[in-house]
Ligand binder design. Structure first.
Ligand code: KIV
Length: 289
Protein backbone atom coordinates (compact mmCIF):
# COMPACT_ATOMS: atom_id res chain seq x y z
CA UNK A 1 0.00 0.00 0.00
CA UNK A 2 1.53 3.38 -0.94
CA UNK A 3 1.05 6.69 0.86
CA UNK A 4 -1.90 7.72 -1.30
CA UNK A 5 -3.83 4.46 -0.87
CA UNK A 6 -6.30 4.73 2.01
CA UNK A 7 -5.80 2.11 4.74
CA UNK A 8 -8.78 -0.18 5.42
CA UNK A 9 -9.48 1.90 8.54
CA UNK A 10 -9.48 5.17 6.54
CA UNK A 11 -11.64 3.61 3.88
CA UNK A 12 -14.39 2.67 6.27
CA UNK A 13 -16.59 5.51 7.43
CA UNK A 14 -17.71 4.81 10.99
CA UNK A 15 -21.04 2.99 11.06
CA UNK A 16 -21.67 2.82 14.82
CA UNK A 17 -21.31 6.13 16.63
CA UNK A 18 -19.13 8.87 15.29
CA UNK A 19 -16.48 8.60 17.97
CA UNK A 20 -17.15 5.18 19.44
CA UNK A 21 -16.70 3.64 16.01
CA UNK A 22 -13.50 5.51 15.22
CA UNK A 23 -10.82 4.19 17.52
CA UNK A 24 -7.53 4.07 15.64
CA UNK A 25 -7.53 7.08 13.35
CA UNK A 26 -8.77 10.62 13.12
CA UNK A 27 -12.41 11.41 12.35
CA UNK A 28 -12.82 12.33 8.68
CA UNK A 29 -15.29 14.27 6.56
CA UNK A 30 -16.77 10.93 5.49
CA UNK A 31 -17.54 10.06 9.11
CA UNK A 32 -19.36 13.38 9.50
CA UNK A 33 -21.36 12.80 6.31
CA UNK A 34 -22.30 9.32 7.55
CA UNK A 35 -23.38 10.76 10.91
CA UNK A 36 -25.79 13.13 9.11
CA UNK A 37 -27.19 10.19 7.14
CA UNK A 38 -28.01 8.24 10.29
CA UNK A 39 -29.16 11.31 12.24
CA UNK A 40 -26.39 11.22 14.86
CA UNK A 41 -25.73 14.58 16.48
CA UNK A 42 -22.14 15.48 17.32
CA UNK A 43 -20.18 18.07 19.25
CA UNK A 44 -17.35 20.42 18.41
CA UNK A 45 -15.28 22.51 20.85
CA UNK A 46 -12.64 25.10 20.26
CA UNK A 47 -9.07 24.39 21.42
CA UNK A 48 -5.97 26.56 21.35
CA UNK A 49 -3.24 24.48 22.98
CA UNK A 50 -2.00 20.89 23.12
CA UNK A 51 -2.89 20.17 26.75
CA UNK A 52 -6.54 21.23 26.60
CA UNK A 53 -7.00 19.70 23.15
CA UNK A 54 -5.68 16.38 24.54
CA UNK A 55 -8.32 16.44 27.28
CA UNK A 56 -11.09 17.00 24.73
CA UNK A 57 -9.68 14.34 22.40
CA UNK A 58 -9.71 11.81 25.25
CA UNK A 59 -13.23 12.91 26.20
CA UNK A 60 -14.44 11.93 22.72
CA UNK A 61 -15.09 15.29 21.08
CA UNK A 62 -14.96 14.31 17.40
CA UNK A 63 -14.08 17.71 15.94
CA UNK A 64 -11.87 20.40 17.49
CA UNK A 65 -11.82 23.89 16.05
CA UNK A 66 -8.74 26.04 16.39
CA UNK A 67 -10.97 29.07 16.17
CA UNK A 68 -9.76 32.59 15.63
CA UNK A 69 -11.77 33.12 18.83
CA UNK A 70 -8.25 32.48 20.16
CA UNK A 71 -7.99 36.26 19.69
CA UNK A 72 -10.40 37.08 22.52
CA UNK A 73 -10.33 33.76 24.43
CA UNK A 74 -6.62 32.99 24.50
CA UNK A 75 -4.45 35.85 23.26
CA UNK A 76 -6.07 38.76 25.11
CA UNK A 77 -7.43 40.77 22.15
CA UNK A 78 -10.93 42.26 22.20
CA UNK A 79 -12.03 40.64 18.92
CA UNK A 80 -10.87 38.04 16.42
CA UNK A 81 -9.75 40.72 13.95
CA UNK A 82 -6.07 41.08 14.99
CA UNK A 83 -5.32 37.33 14.81
CA UNK A 84 -2.59 36.53 12.27
CA UNK A 85 -1.77 33.52 10.12
CA UNK A 86 1.45 32.94 12.06
CA UNK A 87 -0.52 32.78 15.31
CA UNK A 88 -3.06 30.39 13.79
CA UNK A 89 -0.30 28.13 12.48
CA UNK A 90 1.39 28.01 15.90
CA UNK A 91 -1.82 27.31 17.84
CA UNK A 92 -3.07 24.77 15.28
CA UNK A 93 0.20 22.84 15.29
CA UNK A 94 -0.03 22.57 19.09
CA UNK A 95 -3.61 21.25 18.92
CA UNK A 96 -2.64 18.70 16.27
CA UNK A 97 0.31 17.53 18.40
CA UNK A 98 -1.90 17.15 21.47
CA UNK A 99 -4.53 14.96 19.80
CA UNK A 100 -4.87 11.55 18.17
CA UNK A 101 -8.46 11.04 17.10
CA UNK A 102 -10.31 14.35 16.74
CA UNK A 103 -10.53 16.01 13.33
CA UNK A 104 -8.74 19.34 13.64
CA UNK A 105 -10.27 22.29 11.79
CA UNK A 106 -8.43 25.63 11.79
CA UNK A 107 -9.87 29.06 11.08
CA UNK A 108 -8.48 31.21 8.31
CA UNK A 109 -8.20 34.53 10.20
CA UNK A 110 -9.40 37.94 9.03
CA UNK A 111 -7.42 39.19 6.05
CA UNK A 112 -6.00 35.80 5.13
CA UNK A 113 -8.55 34.83 2.44
CA UNK A 114 -10.81 37.75 1.50
CA UNK A 115 -8.51 39.16 -1.21
CA UNK A 116 -8.81 36.25 -3.63
CA UNK A 117 -9.24 32.49 -3.93
CA UNK A 118 -5.47 32.32 -4.54
CA UNK A 119 -4.79 34.00 -1.19
CA UNK A 120 -7.21 31.58 0.50
CA UNK A 121 -5.39 28.64 -1.09
CA UNK A 122 -1.96 29.93 -0.06
CA UNK A 123 -2.99 30.27 3.58
CA UNK A 124 -5.04 27.05 3.73
CA UNK A 125 -1.95 25.23 2.47
CA UNK A 126 0.10 26.77 5.29
CA UNK A 127 -2.37 25.45 7.88
CA UNK A 128 -2.30 21.98 6.33
CA UNK A 129 1.45 21.75 5.66
CA UNK A 130 2.93 23.65 8.62
CA UNK A 131 0.33 22.80 11.30
CA UNK A 132 -1.05 19.50 9.98
CA UNK A 133 -4.75 20.33 10.31
CA UNK A 134 -7.34 18.23 8.47
CA UNK A 135 -9.61 21.07 7.36
CA UNK A 136 -10.01 24.85 7.37
CA UNK A 137 -12.94 27.12 8.18
CA UNK A 138 -13.72 30.49 6.67
CA UNK A 139 -16.53 32.99 7.09
CA UNK A 140 -19.06 34.06 4.47
CA UNK A 141 -21.71 32.47 2.28
CA UNK A 142 -22.19 33.56 -1.33
CA UNK A 143 -19.28 36.02 -0.97
CA UNK A 144 -16.83 33.20 -0.12
CA UNK A 145 -18.17 30.57 -2.52
CA UNK A 146 -15.44 31.01 -5.16
CA UNK A 147 -12.69 30.54 -2.59
CA UNK A 148 -14.41 27.46 -1.14
CA UNK A 149 -14.68 25.99 -4.63
CA UNK A 150 -10.98 26.46 -5.35
CA UNK A 151 -9.92 25.02 -2.00
CA UNK A 152 -12.16 21.98 -2.37
CA UNK A 153 -10.92 21.39 -5.93
CA UNK A 154 -7.38 21.48 -4.55
CA UNK A 155 -8.21 18.86 -1.90
CA UNK A 156 -8.77 21.10 1.12
CA UNK A 157 -11.82 20.17 3.21
CA UNK A 158 -13.68 23.40 4.02
CA UNK A 159 -16.11 24.15 6.84
CA UNK A 160 -18.09 27.29 6.05
CA UNK A 161 -19.40 29.78 8.63
CA UNK A 162 -22.51 31.89 8.03
CA UNK A 163 -25.05 33.87 10.07
CA UNK A 164 -23.11 35.96 12.56
CA UNK A 165 -19.55 36.17 11.26
CA UNK A 166 -17.40 37.62 14.07
CA UNK A 167 -14.64 38.82 11.72
CA UNK A 168 -17.19 41.39 10.48
CA UNK A 169 -17.80 42.74 13.99
CA UNK A 170 -16.95 46.32 12.99
CA UNK A 171 -19.20 46.24 9.92
CA UNK A 172 -22.04 44.66 11.91
CA UNK A 173 -21.62 47.08 14.82
CA UNK A 174 -21.39 44.25 17.35
CA UNK A 175 -22.68 40.69 17.47
CA UNK A 176 -26.40 40.92 16.58
CA UNK A 177 -28.58 37.88 15.86
CA UNK A 178 -28.73 37.28 12.09
CA UNK A 179 -31.47 36.01 9.76
CA UNK A 180 -34.39 37.82 11.40
CA UNK A 181 -37.07 38.93 8.94
CA UNK A 182 -37.95 37.49 5.54
CA UNK A 183 -35.16 39.02 3.46
CA UNK A 184 -32.42 38.12 5.96
CA UNK A 185 -33.79 34.59 6.29
CA UNK A 186 -33.81 34.14 2.51
CA UNK A 187 -30.23 35.44 2.32
CA UNK A 188 -29.15 32.93 4.98
CA UNK A 189 -30.73 30.11 2.99
CA UNK A 190 -28.99 31.33 -0.17
CA UNK A 191 -25.67 31.49 1.69
CA UNK A 192 -26.12 27.96 3.06
CA UNK A 193 -26.91 26.57 -0.39
CA UNK A 194 -24.02 28.48 -1.97
CA UNK A 195 -21.42 27.00 0.40
CA UNK A 196 -22.86 23.51 -0.01
CA UNK A 197 -22.80 23.93 -3.80
CA UNK A 198 -19.20 25.14 -3.59
CA UNK A 199 -18.23 21.90 -1.84
CA UNK A 200 -18.07 22.74 1.89
CA UNK A 201 -18.33 19.57 4.00
CA UNK A 202 -20.18 21.36 6.85
CA UNK A 203 -21.44 24.81 7.74
CA UNK A 204 -21.46 26.69 11.05
CA UNK A 205 -24.67 28.65 11.69
CA UNK A 206 -23.98 31.31 14.32
CA UNK A 207 -26.62 33.32 16.17
CA UNK A 208 -29.64 32.65 13.99
CA UNK A 209 -33.24 31.95 15.06
CA UNK A 210 -33.74 28.27 15.94
CA UNK A 211 -36.59 27.86 13.43
CA UNK A 212 -34.42 29.16 10.59
CA UNK A 213 -31.47 26.95 11.60
CA UNK A 214 -33.85 23.95 11.59
CA UNK A 215 -35.05 24.89 8.09
CA UNK A 216 -31.48 25.21 6.78
CA UNK A 217 -30.54 21.88 8.39
CA UNK A 218 -33.46 20.15 6.73
CA UNK A 219 -32.68 21.61 3.31
CA UNK A 220 -28.94 20.84 3.32
CA UNK A 221 -27.27 17.49 2.69
CA UNK A 222 -24.13 18.60 4.58
CA UNK A 223 -24.07 18.84 8.39
CA UNK A 224 -24.96 22.13 10.05
CA UNK A 225 -23.06 23.06 13.21
CA UNK A 226 -24.99 25.44 15.45
CA UNK A 227 -23.75 28.03 17.92
CA UNK A 228 -26.76 29.99 19.05
CA UNK A 229 -28.81 28.18 16.41
CA UNK A 230 -31.14 26.19 18.67
CA UNK A 231 -31.48 22.43 19.12
CA UNK A 232 -32.15 21.21 15.57
CA UNK A 233 -28.79 21.59 13.85
CA UNK A 234 -26.83 18.40 13.14
CA UNK A 235 -24.01 19.39 15.49
CA UNK A 236 -23.20 21.99 18.13
CA UNK A 237 -20.05 24.02 18.76
CA UNK A 238 -19.06 26.01 21.83
CA UNK A 239 -15.98 28.03 22.67
CA UNK A 240 -14.25 25.90 25.30
CA UNK A 241 -13.50 28.74 27.71
CA UNK A 242 -17.23 29.61 27.75
CA UNK A 243 -18.31 25.97 28.09
CA UNK A 244 -15.95 25.30 31.01
CA UNK A 245 -16.51 28.56 32.90
CA UNK A 246 -13.09 30.13 32.27
CA UNK A 247 -14.46 33.27 30.63
CA UNK A 248 -14.57 36.35 32.86
CA UNK A 249 -17.85 38.27 32.98
CA UNK A 250 -20.95 37.73 30.87
CA UNK A 251 -21.19 34.98 28.29
CA UNK A 252 -23.63 34.94 25.34
CA UNK A 253 -27.19 33.63 25.92
CA UNK A 254 -26.46 30.49 23.87
CA UNK A 255 -23.66 29.31 26.18
CA UNK A 256 -24.18 26.59 28.76
CA UNK A 257 -21.43 26.38 31.38
CA UNK A 258 -20.59 22.78 32.24
CA UNK A 259 -17.94 23.64 34.84
CA UNK A 260 -16.63 26.58 36.86
CA UNK A 261 -12.93 26.31 36.05
CA UNK A 262 -12.27 29.99 36.74
CA UNK A 263 -13.25 29.49 40.39
CA UNK A 264 -11.42 26.13 40.65
CA UNK A 265 -8.19 27.57 39.22
CA UNK A 266 -8.44 30.81 41.21
CA UNK A 267 -8.98 28.86 44.45
CA UNK A 268 -5.97 26.63 43.66
CA UNK A 269 -3.76 29.68 42.98
CA UNK A 270 -4.92 31.39 46.20
CA UNK A 271 -4.29 28.22 48.28
CA UNK A 272 -0.81 27.86 46.75
CA UNK A 273 0.08 31.51 47.43
CA UNK A 274 -1.15 31.21 51.01
CA UNK A 275 0.90 28.05 51.66
CA UNK A 276 4.02 29.67 50.25
CA UNK A 277 3.39 32.71 52.46
CA UNK A 278 2.96 30.57 55.63
CA UNK A 279 5.75 28.14 54.77
CA UNK A 280 3.37 25.14 54.54
CA UNK A 281 4.62 24.54 50.99
CA UNK A 282 6.99 22.97 50.14
CA UNK A 283 6.78 20.24 52.79
CA UNK A 284 9.31 17.46 53.38
CA UNK A 285 7.73 15.24 50.70
CA UNK A 286 8.29 17.93 48.06
CA UNK A 287 11.99 18.37 48.91
CA UNK A 288 15.15 16.54 47.80
CA UNK A 289 17.78 15.43 50.37
O1 KIV B 1 -13.57 31.13 16.17
C1 KIV B 1 -14.44 30.41 16.66
O2 KIV B 1 -14.33 29.92 17.80
C2 KIV B 1 -15.63 30.13 15.88
C3 KIV B 1 -16.77 29.47 16.57
C4 KIV B 1 -17.53 30.47 17.33
C5 KIV B 1 -17.63 28.72 15.63
O3 KIV B 1 -15.68 30.46 14.74
Amino acid sequence: MNASTPSPAQNQASTTTLYGGVTNRRVTVRDLAAAKQRGEKWSMLTAYDALTAGVFDEAGIPVLLVGDSAGNCHLGYETTVPVTMDQMVMLSAAVVRGTKRSMIVADLPFGSYQESPAQAMHNAARLMKEAGVGAVKLEGGERSARSIELLVEAGVPVMAHIGLTPQSVHALGGYPVQGRGDEAAHQLLRDAKAVQQAGAFAVVLEAVPAELAAQVTEQLAIPTVGIGGGPDTDAQVLVWTDMAGMTAGRVPKFVKQYADLRTVLGDAARAYAEEVRTGAFPAAEHSFH
